[in-house]
Design a protein around this ligand. Structure first.
Ligand SMILES: *[C@@H]1O[C@H](CO)[C@@H](O)[C@H](O)[C@H]1NC(C)=O
Ligand SMILES: *[C@@H]1O[C@H](CO)[C@@H](O)[C@H](O)[C@H]1NC(C)=O
Ligand SMILES: *[C@@H]1O[C@H](CO)[C@@H](O)[C@H](O)[C@H]1NC(C)=O
Ligand SMILES: *[C@@H]1O[C@H](CO)[C@@H](O)[C@H](O)[C@H]1NC(C)=O
Ligand SMILES: *[C@@H]1O[C@H](CO)[C@@H](O)[C@H](O)[C@H]1NC(C)=O
Ligand SMILES: *[C@@H]1O[C@H](CO)[C@@H](O)[C@H](O)[C@H]1NC(C)=O
Length: 196
């Protein structure tokens, strides 16, 4: 590898580790969770089976909403799972306020646009799926720094650019699926090892 490219790679790696350690703490509660989900609902442009349109109503707690799981202890949203609901739309940046989220799935819908950087604050995530949608833009690298991340699916989308740099620690990571995108370029060997 050329010296300058080598240097750039390590500078980037350090920057990423530094950013990951900066995780901004926002004061959030179940009310914040509700506004985040309502913002997400407002960004859905087509809901053919009227699932969210009828079910995500403010007359009941978000914990009773379809696709939502709340933690028993702190009564916060811990899982958001909208898989295979036929939805079209973009991801509202407000989703980044769901600070207790451990499971997130938008799998198998028609979501498009790029992933908002606000999702970088969801540091408790363990399982994430954006698979089988029409997401585009660069594949963000901050997911690799979530300490408990076990499974990451971004396959079958339109992500482009290069595969993000090697994470500081990937000890928890078990599955990464990135196939069927327009990703290219430098592929760190550790990530390469995980590609199936
Ligand atoms: C959530 O926090 C806001 C302030 O950030 C507060 O006004 C509100 O009452 C809180 N709601 C609950 C349910 O604790
Ligand atoms: C929303 O869906 C959940 C899960 O299917 C169900 O338990 C709840 O009664 C529904 N709420 C409304 C208002 O339809
Ligand atoms: C996506 O969901 C549809 C139903 O909405 C299902 O028929 C199809 O098998 C699913 N595809 C994948 C790849 O999970
Ligand atoms: C939640 O996120 C949005 C957009 O990222 C932001 O504008 C809002 O102030 C955040 N905080 C709360 C408490 O809703
Ligand atoms: C979302 O729900 C589907 C269907 O119920 C399930 O197969 C999938 O494992 C769930 N995903 C997550 C991340 O919880
Ligand atoms: C990714 O695609 C967008 C258009 O969707 C384009 O503007 C951008 O230049 C592409 N980036 C790379 C690195 O290919």
């Amino acid at each position: 590898m050329e010296n300058s490219a080598f240097f750039r790679f390590f500078a980037l790696l350090l920057l990423h580790c530094f950013m990951a350690s900066l995780a901004v703490a926002v004061r959030t509660n179940i009310t914040t969770d509700q506004s985040a989900l309502l913002a997400l609902k407002a960004h859905i442009t087509d809901d053919p089976h009227k699932i969210l349109a009828t079910n995500w109503s403010t007359s009941t707690s978000v914990c009773n909403w379809i696709g939502i799981t709340c933690g028993a202890k702190h009564l916060r949203v811990t899982a958001l799972n909208l898989s295979a609901m036929g939805l079209t739309g973009t991801i509202a940046p407000h989703v980044g306020n769901l600070s207790s989220l451990s499971h997130l799935s938008f799998e198998n819908n028609s979501f498009h646009g790029s992933l908002p950087n606000e999702l970088a604050s969801l540091r408790r995530l363990q399982v994430v799926s954006f698979g089988w949608n029409s997401f585009s833009g660069v594949l963000p690298s901050w997911f690799w720094f979530f300490p408990k991340l076990r499974e990451f699916y971004a396959n079958s989308n339109r992500f482009n650019g290069t595969i993000p740099v090697t994470p500081c620690t990937i000890s928890s990571l078990q599955i990464i699926h990135l196939r069927q995108n327009m990703l290219s370029g430098f592929m760190p060997f550790i990530i390469y090892h995980f590609l199936s």
